[in-house]
Write a protein that binds this ligand. Structure first.
Ligand SMILES: CCC(=O)NCCS(=O)(=O)O
Length: 349
């Protein structure tokens, strides 16, 4: 048994799992998504240059990745305390901050935000998707990658003494690349050593979540302590969803607040609305998966902050939970999804 066993590791140190309260298991407070910039449609360039005005808000919500400035969430780190205090006022207790190496993780900023607001913040270890890997990362062996990830949890990351409390979000695309496969194997090895929670960003293909689970399992990972993120844009067929759910990971619906007509990273996908996300959760509850469900907003751009007219980190607590209660999900089941399941997942074995 390690010193971490039975505890949750926040950026301010170890805490008793009972202290977490309502938890968003997939958010970003400071990061860069610039590598995903998608040029605006011809004629929209001027709007994209000057997006944060009332008359441009609809365009920005529909085209969030076509404005460079919108992708620089890290510029807001100093003012993010107010957003977190709104989350706290709505009854929130904990944020899992999934920013990993490749998208500008800022651990000192996370520690400061936790101190300023009293919100428990849990930082993520490991690496994002292949196109953010450096050449040095690509050349590393699985053993070296494992050492880095274990070190980020046990000693601190990015040259700081801030320790990560989860591995992930570990980024994978579709098809999964060689470098991503090595990182997945390292993740499984580190998890086997540490007994820690893992969270995965799957590629945008219905086959991706199952393939990730296969790789993790083969390398000795603990699927019962692993979260599959972004199911709302990945698995639509109910049969396929149940087949995946049967593999035993946590099932995360984490794009609450995103309502877009065209999803630029996969134009085949019809991004669901929040009502459809609630429907999917109600379906999984009815099928007996209430102990596996998790929810979040995955805020990763500026326009989703309340400061820019967005829904902020309190949207689920203020707007989605009341809707869930009208759609066959009980308060007891809501509490499982927002409190008990995150607590169980985040507690080191
Ligand atoms: C870093 C944030 C992130 O990866 N979000 C996922 C966006 S999407 O793949 O679901 O569009």
């Amino acid at each position: 048994m390690s010193a971490l066993s039975g505890k949750v590791q926040t950026v301010l140190g170890l805490v008793d799992p009972d202290l977490l309260g309502r938890t968003m298991t997939h958010e970003h407070l400071t990061m860069s998504f610039e590598f995903n910039y998608t040029p605006p449609a011809p004629g929209d360039e001027a709007v994209a240059e000057n997006p944060f005005q009332m008359q441009h808000m609809h365009w920005l919500r529909q085209n969030p990745y076509s404005c460079r400035e919108n992708l620089l969430l890290q510029q807001e780190a100093k003012t993010l305390g107010d957003e977190l205090l709104a989350f706290k006022k709505a009854g929130g207790g904990t944020i899992v901050e999934n920013t990993t190496t490749g998208i500008d993780r800022d651990l000192p900023a996370l520690r400061q935000l936790a101190k300023d607001t009293g919100i428990h913040i849990i930082a993520g270890a490991g690496f994002y998707v292949d196109c953010t890997h450096t050449e040095a990362t690509r050349r590393m062996s699985v053993e070296k990658l494992t050492d880095i990830i274990v070190g980020e949890v046990l000693h601190g990351a990015d040259g700081t003494d801030v320790r990560c409390g989860v591995i992930g979000e570990i980024g994978t695309g579709w098809p999964i690349t060689e470098s991503e496969t090595k990182v997945l194997r390292a993740t499984a090895h580190a998890q086997a050593q540490l007994g820690c929670p893992v969270i995965i960003h799957p590629g945008r293909n219905p086959a991706a979540p199952t393939e990730v689970v296969r790789i993790l399992q083969e390398a000795g990972g603990d699927i019962s302590k692993t979260v599959m993120s972004h199911l709302d844009r990945t698995l639509f067929d109910e049969g396929e969803l149940l087949e995946f759910a049967n593999l035993g990971s946590y099932l995360e619906y984490d794009l609450f607040g995103v309502e877009v007509l065209n999803y630029p990273f996969n134009l085949e996908v019809d991004m669901p609305s929040d009502s459809q996300r609630v429907k999917a959760l109600a379906f999984l509850v009815k099928e007996g998966y209430e102990d596996k469900l998790l929810m979040a907003h995955d805020i990763h751009t500026k326009h989703r902050l309340t400061k820019f007219g967005g829904h902020g980190y309190a949207h689920i607590l203020k707007n989605i939970v009341p809707k869930m209660l009208t759609r066959g999900i009980s308060q007891h089941q809501v509490d499982k999804i927002l409190i008990d399941n995150p607590k169980r997942w985040l507690t080191f074995k």
